[in-house]
Write a protein that binds this ligand. Structure first.
Ligand code: GLA
Length: 384
């Protein structure tokens, strides 16, 4: 995480006012991909990359937002917030302001500085980190404090309704509720969750394929639509099936022939992924790392072959990790079509693993990857 003291200095120099500073982490998902919007299960962990937000009130009636990452400032009229996105980085913080205004809050003028080290477009939820950090900052200004799950929904709404990305609840939820050294099994239906400790001997090695990923792009919503079409077919026979969370592999056997072949494949991934995710949480809780690794590998190939959300580079990153000493499990993490793989690796082997994986990937793909040895971190908070 960047140094909050530096953000404070930066804010003071630019806006001449003392900021309150908040931090919200990115996340890595261990297993459970494209299951959240199907009201299924996910098992992410917050990571030690975060967005910092510094906020101070002003009397100009303007919302001034500065991003240190983009080295750019934008200004808006607080009394007439934009109602539409502009395809700009400021859509994420302004989406949050828009949603809070929609909840009946009067949004006053403020100055906001943002600075994050969550790699952008890498499937590690840099957008959720910006939304959650902004939400905490604005909350402090207007004197509200929503319960975590409600705040997560509001941030998701900023992304769905303002930014225009049809993402689920996972990223915002874990950015708020992450716990040091734990993954979290989240039931995306009722937002109940269970913490699963990540043993000290296990490192989270995150390997960036350097292929850009975007939830707002076309592939994510296409997959979602294809999966929902499969659900609609099952619902014709079993009206109690509202989401793929409610469907079984037997339903797919029985009515799969009525579905478009691609829809059937997408649904097979989601239905089997829900089973794997719950089983993976069980395995982690009872310390069966071998089983966890096996489930992660199965999840990767289901994501790649049935969901067709991987890419040559991510498949290579997973394959090249498979026989490296210390590997417990590897798979593509996040929304897909690029981004990062998550590797659970024995702590004592993590450095060598990272180095070898990098060399192998460069030799095969001609791309130098960024590989980070991370740990599961706490959720969003005010920085003292
Ligand atoms: C993105 C979305 C999440 C989730 C994942 C895929 O990160 O923001 O809601 O759907 O993709 O699991």
């Amino acid at each position: 995480m960047h140094d909050p003291a530096e953000l404070r200095t930066l804010h003071l120099e630019r806006f001449h006012a003392e900021p309150a500073v908040f931090a919200a982490p990115g996340r890595v998902n261990l297993i459970g991909e494209h299951t959240d919007y199907a009201e299924g299960f996910v098992m992410p962990a917050a990571i030690n990359f975060a967005t910092l937000a510094g906020i101070s009130p002003n009397t100009s009636g303007k919302i001034a937002i500065y991003s240190e990452n983009y080295r750019e400032e934008r200004s808006f009229d607080a009394a007439a917030l934009p109602v539409k996105p502009s395809g700009h980085w400021s859509d994420y913080p302004m989406g949050v302001a828009h949603v809070l205004a929609g909840e009946g809050h009067r949004i006053p003028g403020f100055s906001l500085s943002l600075w994050g080290d969550v790699p952008l477009g890498s499937g590690l939820s840099s957008s959720a980190a910006v939304e959650v950090a902004t939400a905490l900052a604005v909350e402090s200004l207007i004197g509200t404090s929503y319960p975590g799950p409600v705040l997560a929904r509001l941030c998701q709404r900023a992304e769905n309704q303002f930014v225009g990305a049809s993402s689920g609840i996972m990223d915002q939820f874990i950015s708020i509720h992450g716990q040091e050294n734990h993954a979290l099994l989240l039931d995306c239906r009722d937002l109940s969750s269970k913490l699963a400790p990540i043993p000290d001997e296990v490192a989270l090695v995150i390997a960036n394929t350097m292929v850009k990923h975007s939830v707002a792009g076309g592939d994510y919503p296409t997959r979602r639509r294809e999966a929902e079409a499969a659900c609609a077919v099952i619902a014709r026979h079993r009206p109690e099936v509202k989401f793929l969370r409610d469907a079984t592999l037997a339903d797919l056997e029985r009515w799969g022939h009525e579905m478009e072949p691609k829809s059937l494949m997408r649904a097979r991934h989601i239905v089997s992924e829900n089973l794997r995710t719950v089983a993976a949480a069980d395995a982690l809780l009872r310390g069966d790392l071998e089983e966890l690794g096996r489930l992660m590998a199965e999840a990767h190939w289901s994501y790649s072959r049935d969901f067709e959300a991987s890419c040559v580079e991510a498949d290579a990153m997973v394959e090249l990790a498979a026989d490296l000493p210390g590997l417990i499990g590897a798979r593509l993490t996040g929304g897909g079509f690029g981004g990062c793989t998550v590797n659970l690796v024995e702590q004592t082997e993590a450095e060598t693993f990272a180095q070898k994986l990098g060399e192998r990937y460069t030799a095969r793909m001609g791309i130098v990857p960024e590989i980070h040895i991370c740990h599961a971190s706490g959720g969003a908070h005010r920085v003292a």
